[in-house]
Ligand binder design. Sequence first.
Ligand code: NCD
Ligand code: ZN
Length: 360
Amino acid sequence: MIEITEIELGVTADMHVHLREGKMMELITPTVREGGVAVAYIMPNLVPPITTIDKVVEYKKQLEALSPTTTFLMSFYLSKDLSPELINEAAKIGAIQGVKCYPAGVTTNSAHGVDPNDFTAFYPIFEALEANNLVLNIHGESPPKKDSDDIHILNAESKFLPILSKLHSDFPNLKIILEHCTSQDAVEAIEKLNAGYKDGDKVTVAGTITAHHLSLTIDSWAGNPINFCKPVAKFPSDRNHLVKAATSGKPYFFFGSDSAPHPIEGKARHTGVCAGIYTQKYALSYVAEVFEKNNKLENLKTFVTDAGVSFYEVKDVKCSDKCWLVKDKFNVPEVISSKDVTVVPFKAGDELQWKVEWRK
Ligand code: NCD
Ligand code: ZN
């Protein structure tokens, strides 16, 4: 067998990225491209969250100033502050490509989120998204119930899945993404909603999968706050289903890193650690490693380029170079830092096999 030593990935896309604001944004935004990503879908969970056209336009400008060749796709945060008129207006000027739904209280900066047990108040928003061919991005975890142990971090995603099915049946043409799938149940739900999919059909319900959930399991974060994120990594069997889905070459599973940097102090607090894993700077290297180990490098381009670009119908991209991965060992640094902020990257200190190169 001939050993593959370089791979052309083209206009790569990471459809779930947190870039924050201020000093953290300045440090992290340029690392999107360094990690091999040309197109990035940016999450709106700032403090306060992004719910206006002015704010989203201004934020995009700041990101572009920090990384002019990265294509940033932008989003609003689903809340009562949105209206169908605002969605129509934002769609008309191309200010956003989607709206992110956070159930209240399930993750970082989700205090302004919604109650997913009753979405009906947001149906006019979903109608507007559907009419404008915009995406509904869902953090699919049910919030814990008051005075009950029914829902906890290990089953919160599975408990959410009936809500996803209902949304799809109420809005069959709305493009919905179950973000950062972590469980066998989630993979099976996406498969089920795509039953009957034939080559060339338009995908309406997709799942994104992160780099870290392709290797982490519950043992990796219990005891190590750097590997703690929401939804948490589950059991080895769940991880195996995620790897199978990601490497399958199916157009309804694609890459969304959920790279979510936190200052190192936030990962070492006695008052509770921040959820989120920073992967951006080596995003594609982490993913390639898993595909290679599973003898699936031939499907890597579908996962990190074609499926996401086609789902979002990305047209204009800012970068004319193509992303290549080249077999060339290196070690992940222990920290990524500026004089103001320090972040610990995923797999700090570990050796990775694939380096990013941008070529004409
Ligand atoms: C994200 C963050 O830090 O913003 N955290 C995380 O654990 N993934 C929010 C999110 O996407 O849930
Ligand atoms: Zn996220």
